[in-house]
Design a protein around this ligand. Structure first.
Ligand code: ATP
Ligand code: MG
Length: 307
């Protein structure tokens, strides 16, 4: 991607680790030769405070967002461990990234974004309006924005390069990419995880409209392992249940203020232009930070310990 259209700023240097790559939000490190994890098949995943909206990484970070994403993923890994093991190995990370980083088993990742949807919106709704299907799956007529689906569906996407959109694909395409047995395991596991997580969220007044998992294979055992981040506001659409009205877009739990402000006259930004969005005003940053913390607290039942 060209600079400004999404190249992340440089990742911090960390003792014992070598930076290997950065995505929109996370910086990935491998063990350095002299470090405590030298020679082990692990990665350090560091969640920054970067926030993206409308496919841009914003120039203004949201303080503590990376800590929320990390702590929430860790909490979910525990809730889901009886369905599938996770890649989490240790939270004993360099002090500079304490709370926002985890040491994970290095997996051979499947190049599939394993999306489950219980409600219709976003790219799913767009395809449905075109063809009555989502990822080739036929759905009943008469559904609209934010409709609840008759049952959760597996709507995979092929992972795209940084700055590109992931592409929705059919189950058959996934089977061509990874083999039928693995494709079936990905579908079954994704739907089981979604169902468990949606039940937990629903008991706390939150609708899990859709979410994305990434899985990999443990190189040592060949087992399917849950990787990446899970069930965070960045990988999921969380809707406050009391704000859900089919037929109308439901504001997402986390980015509502950011999106509202960016598309308001106050920002002076033209979403259709190639220009990068402007810096966020402090009150938008603070309210967004509160939303992330509130999502964590509502889902887990406890406030995030930021000490
Ligand atoms: P995006 O900015 O769209 O999220 P991204 O998903 O490529 O792009 P990040 O999420 O910021 O980037 O970075 C995490 C990267 O690490 C992803 O490419 C993800 O697939 C990969 N990853 C996650 N867990 C593991 C693991 N256990 N082993 C190997 N790679 C992993
Ligand atoms: Mg990612």
């Amino acid at each position: 991607a060209e600079p400004g259209a999404g190249m992340p700023p440089s990742a911090p240097a960390l003792p014992g680790w070598e930076h290997v790559s950065s995505g929109k939000v996370r910086d990935v490190y491998a063990p350095a030769d002299a470090g405590p994890w030298a020679g082990q098949d692990v990665l350090l995943l560091v969640a920054s405070d970067r926030i993206s909206a409308y496919d841009h990484i914003l120039s203004t970070p949201v303080p503590d967002k990376g800590k929320v994403l990390t702590a929430l993923s860790v909490w979910w890994f525990e809730q889901l461990a009886d369905i599938v093991p996770s890649h989490l190995v240790s939270l004993d990370v360099p002090a500079a990234v304490a709370g926002r980083a985890m040491i994970c088993r290095r997996l051979e990742m499947y190049p599939v974004e394993c999306v489950a949807r219980g409600y219709l919106t976003g790219s799913g709704l767009a395809e449905y309006r075109d063809s009555g299907t989502v990822c080739g799956l036929p759905l009943p007529a008469g559904l609209t924005e934010a409709s609840r689906l008759p049952e959760p569906i597996f709507t995979p996407a092929a992972k795209a390069e940084l700055g590109e959109h992931d592409e929705n694909v059919s189950f058959e395409r996934v089977a061509e990419m990874v083999g039928t047995d693995t494709a079936e395991a990905l579908r079954e596991t994704t739907l089981a995880l979604y169902t468990r997580a949606a039940d937990i969220a629903s008991a706390r007044g939150i609708i899990l409209a859709d979410t994305k998992f990434e899985f990999g294979q443990d190189p040592a055992t060949g087992r399917l392992i849950l990787g990446d981040e899970v069930l965070t506001p960045d990988s999921s659409r969380f809707w406050p249940a009391d704000a859900w009205t089919p037929g109308r877009p439901t504001p997402s739990f986390d980015k509502q203020y950011v999106r509202d402000w960016l598309t308001s006259p106050a920002s002076g930004w033209d979403r259709g232009s190639a220009a990068a969005p402007p810096a966020l005003p402090d009150d938008v940053v603070q309210r967004t930070r509160q939303r992330y913390l509130e999502a964590y607290e509502r889902l887990t039942g406890s406030p995030l310990d930021l000490t």
